[in-house]
Write a protein that binds this ligand. Structure first.
Ligand SMILES: [Fe+2]
Length: 198
């Protein structure tokens, strides 16, 4: 598979973003997630395709742009759909499935068909679960930064306390990932980007 360059992905963000604020919020978040993943790869010498992980991080939230309304506000009620919207968008642009899946399979710690049916989530019933080592790493790195207003970095403990509202099974899945990967060092990234770490 030909992995798109950072520049090509940046151009795609610029093309899809409805306004400069959305571009800054989403693209910066994607770059930060890529930096977190790169740190984990280097620190633990993870056996992954680092270029694919980077591209996956840079595209994973591209579907968020589709949730902006004409007035510039974000459709929070359907935010959960940003993953499949991104997957469809990349697929329609001719990107390989391997890349599209970073969009649909990074949300939370994975969404199952059972989650969708039991909680009446606004998604077509299916399993949206990270499967490859690269998909798992992108999903994990994403948990440590939020596109909140203002954007912020999250410690593992903070994310753990937030994910519990989606179920104890989700909290257990995240805890197992923290044991597997360890916690990234976020202090320097937070200082570099000027975002708080909570
Ligand atoms: Fe994200």
């Amino acid at each position: 598979m030909r992995i798109p360059s950072d520049l090509a992905i940046r151009s795609l963000h610029e093309r899809l973003a409805p306004n400069p604020t959305a571009l800054d919020l989403v693209h910066t978040h994607c770059v930060i997630v890529a930096e977190i993943a790169a740190q984990l790869i280097a620190r633990d010498r993870l056996d992954v395709d680092a270029d694919l992980v980077r591209a996956g991080c840079l595209v994973h939230d591209i579907g968020v742009y589709r949730l902006y309304r004409p007035d510039g506000s974000l459709d929070h009620a359907n935010y959960l759909q940003h993953g499949i919207l991104g997957h469809e968008l990349l697929r329609d642009l001719g990107f390989p499935e391997q890349l599209c899946r970073f969009c649909s399979c990074h949300t939370g710690v994975g969404i199952t068909r059972d989650d969708i049916l039991r909680q009446s989530l606004p998604l077509p019933p299916a399993d949206y679960i990270a499967q490859t080592a690269e998909e798992r790493l992108v999903m994990y790195a994403d948990k440590f930064h939020s596109k909140s207003t203002p954007p912020k970095f999250l410690t593992a403990a903070t994310y753990q306390s937030e994910v519990i509202r989606f179920g104890h099974d989700k909290a257990a899945t995240f805890a197992a990932m923290v044991t597997d990967y360890g916690e990234p060092d976020l202090e320097l990234l937070a200082a570099t980007h000027g975002h708080v770490l909570v």
